[in-house]
Design a protein around this ligand. Structure first.
Ligand code: AGP
Length: 610
């Protein structure tokens, strides 16, 4: 939700800021803006534009900015106020001496706004952010750091901010509560940014700011304090992240690249965590005794990560016998939390910055539960708040539609469940070794499915014109149906619903006619026959069916023309394979409909607001 970047140093600031913004565009892309402190002095110079960063660049080519070595910039995902130029950041004060970029939500902005209006401040935007700059202006008595300190004491909600002031042109001030912000220590200047890719080409030395900290950046140094002004102990981390991982590398879209990366991601995870049949869960933060004492597991997550959690429930319950509840974080945080010391909460999140998941984790910890994060982003807020972390190490996921992060999360659930089952002595050795053998084959099976992408693309062409999709699955592939539907709706904007196939007769069957598609996830299993019955019911109502079925399944082909085959595997592992054709299907349908696959409308990669 919004990307911010700032620079103070010896280089020309504008190219660095624009490059950084482009690497943060996944966080929001409805408008963007930049503010520079001209090297020659004078008022702040601001350019803002609705639309993607290329629109801002077009504006700057018509209205060029002066040379500058200090500046801040922002790419927006609108919360308060429509995406348009006046609501874009940076927001300046009345005389253009102070400007602010902000990621987060100021919850008490209405009260602050009314009180500032009473004092004579004029608001030019509908944003919550604008109160911040006017508050800083109100408190400014010659020291920008002190003014920021006083202003943030009045704010409620979440924020990562960057502030510049023409009266102190060599200083950049940043602060955070609840929204991510890093400080990059460079050779010829220092940066603030919402995320590492924004600055990685210029420095790998990074401070992950904590909630309640202010950073004061100058060309030759950075000082971090608490909001009370007391010096904070900070650690400079070295980022081991390869820039190529955050580039398309010849693929037309990040999503397609990330779909193709899945076999390598899974193989890497297995190599690191499954050695000679033994699972190692470094980072888990729980002793064997603590794991043995786990009486109940609660998974909290949002969106795709929630679907991974639903698959996780089937796996953990089947292998270890430990009962599992799965909640979307936004529901969990507001209902009565029944958790105690014997409850293990597993928080699943690609970004580790999802506001609702962070809030759910805080709620769970307040009830005495231990929290383990399954997370992709190193050093993220979730990781810092959890008792343990199982990193998926899937590499940067840039496409807004999550693909490789999902399969890595699901794989982590298999590994975790194997370990839990071992500790709880629930899984017979023979069964375990067969499962481990099949798990190890998954990356190779993935490579086989990837080769089938042309067939899936052809099916997508036949189905792309349909106005509504239903995805059906049963048991462990019910979440696969949910995930397939989410992928399609978020990138193609076609209404798509995932359902447990057994629920079809309880309502969704009313939707079916010759204009609707039904995607049936029907690999071989003990409930296969039930899926076949569902398929017949759909066909007899003229529904258009795509079936995901096990290789060699001739029966299904005798009913269904459009079949996508997945290799035979252990029935517990079928969700890992079945989701791959669904990712491709969504991708090719979206491309066929001319949609912006990597940056779908209204969405952002990490949802750092409630
Ligand atoms: C998935 O394709 C999404 N765009 C979205 O549902 C995402 O999974 C969700 O917002 C959770 O994000 P997280 O994994 O970063 O917490």
């Amino acid at each position: 939700m919004c990307g911010i970047i700032g620079y103070v140093g010896g280089k020309e600031a504008l190219p660095l800021l624009i490059e950084g913004l482009k690497n943060l565009e996944y966080r929001g892309y409805d408008s963007s803006g930049v503010c520079l402190l001209p090297a020659a002095g004078g008022a702040l110079q601001i350019r803002k534009e609705q639309g993607k960063i290329r629109c801002l660049e077009e504006l700057m080519s018509k209205e060029p900015l002066p040379s500058a070595h200090v500046g801040i910039a922002h790419t927006r995902w609108a919360t308060h106020g429509a995406p348009c130029r006046k609501n874009s950041h940076p927001h300046p004060n009345a005389d253009h001496t102070i400007a602010v970029v902000h990621n987060g939500i100021i919850e008490n902005y209405q009260t602050l706004r009314s009180s500032l209006i009473r004092k004579g401040y004029k608001f030019l935007s509908e944003t919550d952010t604008e109160v911040i700059v006017h508050l800083i202006s109100e408190y400014f008595e010659g020291d920008i750091v002190k003014a920021v300190q006083r202003a943030i004491a009045d704010l409620e909600g979440s924020f990562a901010i960057g502030v510049v002031c023409s009266d102190d042109p060599a200083t950049l001030v940043a602060a955070r509560v609840g929204s991510p912000l890093i400080v990059g220590i460079g050779e010829s200047g220092n940066f603030i940014a919402s995320d590492v890719p924004a600055i990685i080409r210029h420095t790998r030395r990074v401070i992950y700011l904590k909630d309640g900290q202010i950073a004061v950046l100058r060309r030759d140094g950075v000082e971090v304090t608490g909001f009370d002004g007391k010096k904070a102990d900070v650690k400079i981390d070295k980022v081991t992240f390869h820039m190529e991982a955050a580039q398309k590398q010849g693929y037309p879209h990040f999503m397609l690249k990330e779909i193709h990366e899945q076999p390598e991601v899974l193989a890497r995870m297995l190599k690191a965590r499954l050695k000679n049949g033994r699972v190692t869960l470094d980072g888990l933060g729980l002793t064997e005794a603590a794991l043995k004492g786990v009486a109940r597991i609660k998974v909290v997550a949002c969106g795709t990560a929630y679907h991974a959690g639903l698959v996780g429930r089937y796996i953990i319950e089947e292998l270890s016998g430990v009962p599992v509840d799965v909640d979307v974080s936004s529901e969990f945080r507001y209902r009565t939390v029944l958790a105690n010391k014997k409850t293990l909460v597993i928080a699943v999140s690609q970004s580790g910055e999802t506001a609702d998941t962070l809030a759910a984790v805080r709620e769970a910890r307040a009830h005495g539960a231990k929290v383990v994060a399954i997370c992709n982003v190193i050093g993220s807020s979730l990781v810092r708040e959890a008792d343990g972390v199982l990193y998926t190490h899937a590499g940067p996921e840039i496409g807004v539609a999550s693909t490789k992060a999902y399969t890595a999360q699901v794989m982590m659930f298999y590994l975790f469940a194997l370990r839990l089952a071992e500790v709880h002595r629930k899984l017979p050795a023979k069964h375990r070794s067969l499962l481990v053998k099949d798990i190890l084959e998954i990356p190779a099976l993935y490579r086989g499915i990837l080769k089938e992408h042309k067939k899936i693309s052809a099916i997508a062409k036949d189905f792309a014109h349909l106005g509504c999709f239903l995805y059906l699955g049963r048991n462990i592939n019910y979440p696969t149906a949910l995930e397939g539907a989410l992928k399609l709706k978020e990138i193609s904007y076609i209404p798509a619903e995932g359902y447990a196939a057994g629920e079809m007769k309880h309502g969704p069957i009313a939707l079916i006619d010759e204009y609707r598609a039904v995607v049936c996830v029907a690999p071989q299993s003990d409930i296969y026959e039930k899926m076949i019955s569902n398929i017949q019911e759909i066909l007899s109502r003229k529904g258009k069916v795509v079936a995901i079925a096990t290789e060699g399944d001739q029966l299904i082909r005798s009913y269904v023309k459009h079949v996508i085959a997945i290799p035979r595997t252990h029935k517990l592992l079928t969700p890992l394979l079945a989701v791959l054709p669904l990712q491709f299907l969504a991708y090719y349908i979206a491309v066929k409909r001319g949609c912006d696959v990597d940056q779908p409308r209204n969405l952002a990669k990490s949802v750092t607001v409630e």
